[in-house]
Design a protein around this ligand. Structure first.
Ligand code: GUN
Length: 311
């Protein structure tokens, strides 16, 4: 029987561990602070940002949200980032992705000061990850590593297959696993015989954003499966393909208009994996937890540079 890797439980552990650090910073310096920039009205982004703000409140981290309209020009967004770069009370700047098409997202991300890069997306942070220097790490892959370590999933020498090569998840995930001494294969849309490669994996990490694309054919029996995908399925035929004959899922589709599914068939994970992350409740909660870790770590560094002794 497959066991769950419980992201909510690990999220709560990480939050509890952060409380003391936040308290020390608040007592001797000021509240750690994060500025979130949410452009336009993408509903998924709005939900993510709401969860981030709520988690800050839980921990005593100051947060502010800027909500420029979807029509904003690159120059205006750069000006906002520059203002936040200059603020002494802001330790981290997060520009929620995706940005509208007229905005040069790369220029905006590159404009964030590396010492305020809570997302770990800045080229300086990416370089630091690559050569193993300290610095903020991309939150989702960092959360996956945290989850695997806390469940004592063996990584040294493990055959790991990462499906997806995004800058946000796939690439930094592969780099972090290399640092853990795993043997890492990265697959993508042009990979020949994806199933054959995936079946080699002791640990399979799906991060390509395709609803339930991976199934029995991709999972070696007993493998650990981490599903980073968060896809909203809206078509009844899709729901039937993923959960054949499941009345509850059909009802959920009718009530809510969509059903959430990861990149791996949930039935296949339950049938073939030894451990796997459910969707929701697997990787998702950890992304926010690691964002909080990055914020607190950047605030500690700022306090240190201001000459404040925290410990
Ligand atoms: N959009 C989806 N995931 C993320 C994330 O981790 N950070 C930001 N800034 N945008 C995202």
């Amino acid at each position: 029987m497959a066991e769950l890797l419980d992201g909510n439980r690990v999220r709560d552990e990480i939050k509890a561990e952060l409380l003391g650090r936040v308290q020390a910073i608040r007592q001797r310096f000021r509240a750690p602070g994060i500025a979130v920039v949410l452009v336009g009205d993408n509903p998924a982004s709005a939900i993510y940002v709401r969860n981030k703000v709520k988690t800050c409140q839980d921990l005593g981290i100051y947060s502010e949200t800027h909500t420029p309209p979807a029509s904003i020009a690159t120059a205006e967004l750069l000006a906002l980032v520059e203002q936040l770069n200059q603020r002494e009370d802001i330790d981290g700047i997060l520009v929620q992705m995706p940005l509208p098409p007229q905005v040069d997202a790369k220029r905006v991300l590159d404009a964030i000061r590396p010492d305020k890069d809570v997302d770990g997306f800045h080229p300086v942070s990416v370089g630091n990850l690559s050569i193993g220097n300290p610095g903020p790490r991309a939150c989702t892959p960092a959360g996956v590593i945290e989850l695997l370590k806390r469940y004592q999933v063996p990584l040294v020498g493990a055959e790991v297959v990462v499906v997806g090569r995004s800058d946000i998840v796939g690439k930094p995930m592969a780099m972090m696993l290399i640092h853990e001494s795993a043997t890492v294969t990265v697959c993508h849309s042009k990979t020949r015989d994806l199933a054959e490669v995936c079946r080699r994996a002791d640990l399979l990490i799906a991060a390509m954003g395709k609803p339930a694309l991976l199934n029995d054919a991709h999972i070696k029996p007993g493998a650990v499966v981490v599903d980073v995908g968060m896809n909203r399925v809206t078509h009844p035929a899709e729901v039937e393909r993923i959960w054949p004959g499941d009345q509850a899922k059909r009802a959920q589709l009718q009530q809510k208009g969509s059903v959430l599914v990861g990149d791996v068939s949930p039935l296949s994970m339950a049938a073939r994996a030894s451990f796997y992350t459910p969707v929701p409740g697997g990787v998702g909660p950890l992304t926010i937890a690691m964002l909080m870790v990055n914020t607190v770590t950047l605030a500690e560094a700022r306090a240190h540079r201001a000459g404040v002794l925290l410990h």
